[in-house]
Every structure is written in C-alpha cells, then in structure tokens.
Design a protein around this ligand. Sequence first.
Ligand code: HEM
Length: 147
Amino acid sequence: MPYTTATLAEVQRINTILPFSVPHSASGDTTLNGYTIPDDATILVNLWSVHMNPQLFPEPDNFNPNRFLDQDGNFVKHEALIPFSVGPRVCLGEQLAKMELFLLFVSLMQRFSFHLPEGAPAPSTTGNMTAVINMPHPYDLCAVSRG
Ligand code: HEM
C-alpha cells in the first residue's frame, strides 16, 4: 500500500497533468516579491518547475517512488508535491481524484499484468501538451488477465 501510494505520487510528480495549473488573473494592481502585477494580468503558476526542482526532488528526471518512502517503508507526504496546486483555489476534487487514482490503479494491477506487444517501442515518457493538459502520447499495451 505505501509503495503504491508512493508510485502514484511519483507518476504525478514526473509528469504534471496541469503543468501551469489553470490561468488566474489579478483582481487589482498588486506587488509580489518586488514585481508589479497589473490589474487583470493573466497569471500562470509553474507547477512543473516545482516538481522538477533538483533541490526539492534530487535527480528529478529519474522515476523513483522511493523518494516518497521513509526508511521503514512508510509513505511520507512531501509538501512540494503539488499537482492539485495550493492555496484558496486548490483543486476541489483533490481527495476524490486521489481515491479514484488509487482504486483504479490497484484494481488494474490486481486483475491484469501488462507488457508491450512484441517489438513495440517503449511508450514516450514525455507528455503531450493539449491546451493546458499534459497528456500521454498514444501507445500500445497488452493487458493479460491474471485469471
Ligand atoms: C488527477 C486529477 C486532477 C488534477 C491533477 C487536478 C488539478 C487541478 C488544478 C491544478 C487545479 C487548479 C487549482 C488552482 O487554480 O490553483 C484544479 C482546479 C479544480 N479542480 Fe481539479 N484536478 C484533478 C481532478 C479533479 C476532479 C476529479 C474534480 C471534481 C470531481 C476536480 C475539480 C476541480 C475544480 C472544481 C477546480 C476549480 C477550483 C477553484 O477554482 O476554486 N478536479 N484541479
């Protein structure tokens, strides 16, 4: 269970689904860290840069669920893992999405084993940006019932 949770956390870290969250805008002239943000300016938050920051996640290009486990194998929440963004407008569906991801992933893993079709290339690990969503490129995969 902790390793599954850590794997899903790492999946969401290494390929942020909404890399720039959703667009926001300033409701008035604002100053932030010395920068002037004019009224109505569109603001994109770069969640991807947080997830790929080597100071927060060493060797960020490596898929490594162990970064979310402590020495006893317990899942450790990392405050810089923010696929649902942060603050007052944080994703309203966060808890539901986490529960669904866990149930779907575990159900699939329990019922099927997965392998590539013979000779098929490995799926791309680079996302495919469609509007604001970072989607996987299409790929072929065989799901074999565990019986
Ligand atoms: C893995 C799945 C999901 C991810 C990664 C995700 C991520 C996000 C992000 C980054 C935002 C923008 C937060 C911001 O503006 O700062 C957002 C907003 C939102 N999400 Fe999700 N979301 C997911 C699933 C869901 C689900 C399942 C629901 C509802 C059933 C949902 C409902 C919403 C709503 C209503 C908002 C707007 C909140 C607001 O502006 O106050 N999301 N989501």
